[in-house]
Design a protein around this ligand. Structure first.
Ligand code: SAM
Length: 274
């Protein structure tokens, strides 16, 4: 049954070329825990054709969450980026770009408050590292910072290309020296030094793919503060059981926590990672 599910996920025709390439490149070892966690949570009746089709669709949505892979909005965001070129401080255009990615769309109204709370604790950073960034760097105008270096790390080549262009557009207006690096966080990597390292909505998925990767990552990233977030709802709109973060709570000491509508944030000093 697993093999059939994997084949059917990869067979889906409606994927854009980029997404198709990413999905095709995922091996069974990567896909299996994602499928397993879905089956465990939802327990669909796979003998029913209707439920089977729904299962394939929902797992693809999950892949969108993990890899940002199923992203029909790429064309749309590139179009808005061209408008931003002519009007680079236009906040509405920034919001429209952030709306093209599920994660940033969900926190759109809350960005100013989120950054206010973060920098109240960490102080104003000079260097920010954003791991598994998606298009979160487009929220820079909500940070209220000046003269910063911003390094985004992503696996998705399309996001990297997009971010490189975005950084070149905002460079002078927002006084940001931005870089986008393509890295697979599951592999061994070197990271540049930073004052604050964001890891938003990425660790529980990565941890599903590779146990202990979180500890390894947090230990290997040279930074003063980590700001880590987790979704509080699943992609299937179920409320997540907070006990599921027990593994993470064991890794960090004295975190400062706050909740937004769909997320829980942890601010943790590097020296408090165990
Ligand atoms: C749920 S999205 C979160 C995006 C962003 N941090 C945010 O909250 O707005 C997860 C991101 O992790 C990236 N990602 C997934 N697996 C990765 C890996 N192995 N290495 C690097 N990035 C990865 C995806 O491409 C996607 O952009």
């Amino acid at each position: 049954m697993f093999n059939k599910i994997i084949l059917d996920i990869k067979r889906e025709k409606s994927y854009s070329n980029v997404s198709n390439r990413i999905i095709q490149s995922l091996d069974n070892k990567t896909l299996t825990p994602i499928i397993e966690s879905y089956l465990k949570e939802i327990k669909p009746n796979l003998n029913s054709k209707k439920e089977y089709t729904k299962t394939i669709k929902e797992i693809r949505k999950n892949l969108e969450g993990v890899y940002g892979a199923f992203n029909p909005e790429i064309k749309k965001r590139n179009k808005i980026l061209r408008l931003l070129k002519k009007d680079s401080m236009n906040i509405e255009l920034h919001k429209r770009i952030l709306s093209t990615h599920l994660s940033s769309r969900e926190r759109l109204a809350e960005y100013p408050e989120i950054y206010k709370r973060i920098f109240e604790t960490t102080g104003k950073p000079k260097i920010i590292l954003d791991i598994a960034s998606g298009i979160n760097p487009v929220s820079i105008p909500f940070m209220n910072l000046d003269k910063i270096e911003y390094i985004a790390v992503e696996i998705n080549r399309e996001d990297i290309k997009f971010l490189e262009e975005y950084f070149s557009i905002i460079k002078d207006k927002y006084n940001v020296n931005g870089k986008a690096l393509q890295k697979n966080l599951i592999e061994k990597n070197n990271f540049p030094e930073s004052d604050v390292c964001f890891i938003f909505k990425a660790l529980d998925n990565l941890e599903t793919l590779r146990t202990n990767i979180t500890r390894h990552l947090l230990k290997s990233i040279p930074t003063k503060y980590f700001v880590i977030s987790f979704p509080t709802k699943t992609l299937y709109k179920k409320r997540l059981n907070i006990k599921r973060l027990a593994w993470f709570n064991k890794l960090v000491k004295q975190p400062i926590k706050f909740n937004t509508k769909n997320e829980i944030f942890y601010i943790v000093k590097k020296e408090n990672v165990y």
